[in-house]
Design a protein around this ligand. Structure first.
Ligand SMILES: Cc1cc2nc3c(=O)[nH]c(=O)nc-3n(C[C@H](O)[C@H](O)[C@H](O)COP(=O)(O)O)c2cc1C
Length: 245
């Protein structure tokens, strides 16, 4: 039995994205998981990290504040969620080639320096080793448009920065679940087809949750692939264009 944290970043509770997240909750419970559900917009999560939240006098140094001050009360439970969870499942739409701001703010505020990472505990020595993360993402663009040669940019590359933030903390990153061509502009037959397709995605989410521990993982370089300056060794493999020779 696993502890599963489902994080939703969508402002509309009746959206496909919100329904999909609730399917992760029910699917996780059906698989025997303990599940926590955090609807970031629903709980009014404040995504803007800043000094006044720490009662800081003088210039605000976010990393130092996170490390030395009490975690602000509005996020203490959300940080504890990550420590509790074996699996983190994020649901969000692609907004301007990245996650909605509320989710970026979750990364800025919840991955607390001194709690979930520090200089001695990152990447292969991360505090979150043994945990895994899954992104469940909808795009308005088509699958072709989000592919390697797609006009909208390779969606896997667009997800890389937030995946790497979690990898920095030690998590494994699962192959994401991507649902393309989701928008409200279809009419008639096309609209009915989209609704049927999305129903299928939601029905399949129980299976996604039940098989999460067997899901393919994204490859990343090991710490031992880098020299002392943080440069990739000549004979080390390249997994992503962001870290290459
Ligand atoms: C502010 C904003 C920015 C968007 N940017 C993108 C984008 O960069 N790429 C894309 O494929 N779709 C984009 N879309 C479309 C959304 O991804 C799409 O509406 C969403 O995935 C539909 O899921 P939902 O019904 O759960 O909201 C954007 C939508 C909004 C509102």
């Amino acid at each position: 039995m696993a502890n599963s944290l489902v994080v939703l970043a969508h402002p509309e509770p009746t959206s496909f994205g919100a329904d999909w997240a609730r399917a992760s909750v029910s699917g996780g419970m059906a698989a025997g998981d303990s599940v926590r559900f955090r609807d970031l917009c629903g709980i009014g999560f404040d995504p803007v990290e800043r000094g006044e939240l720490y009662g800081t006098d003088g210039p605000f140094d976010p990393l130092k504040a996170q490390e030395t001050q009490q975690v602000p009360t509005d996020i203490a439970g959300l940080v504890a969620d990550v420590e509790w969870a074996d699996r983190l499942v994020f649901h969000f739409p692609m907004w301007w080639f990245g996650p909605p701001a509320v989710l970026k703010g979750w990364f800025d505020r919840i991955l607390v320096h001194g709690r979930l990472h520090d200089v001695d505990h990152r990447f292969d020595r991360g505090r979150c080793l043994g945990k895994r993360a899954l992104f469940c993402v909808s795009t308005g663009a088509t699958g072709a448009g989000c592919g390697p040669d797609g006009k909208e940019g390779n969606v896997r590359f667009l997800l890389w920065p937030i995946a790497y933030a979690l990898r920095y903390c030690g998590l494994d990153i699962c192959e994401p679940v991507l649902v393309h061509g989701v928008h409200g502009y279809f009419e008639g037959r096309e609209k009915a087809d989209l609704e049927a397709r999305l129903k299928g995605v939601i029905a399949d989410q129980a299976n996604v949750m039940a098989t999460l521990d067997r899901r393919e993982l994204w490859p990343f370089n090991a710490d031992s692939d880098f020299d002392r300056d943080g440069r990739l060794l000549r004979n080390a493999p390249v997994h992503w264009p962001f870290v290459s020779h």
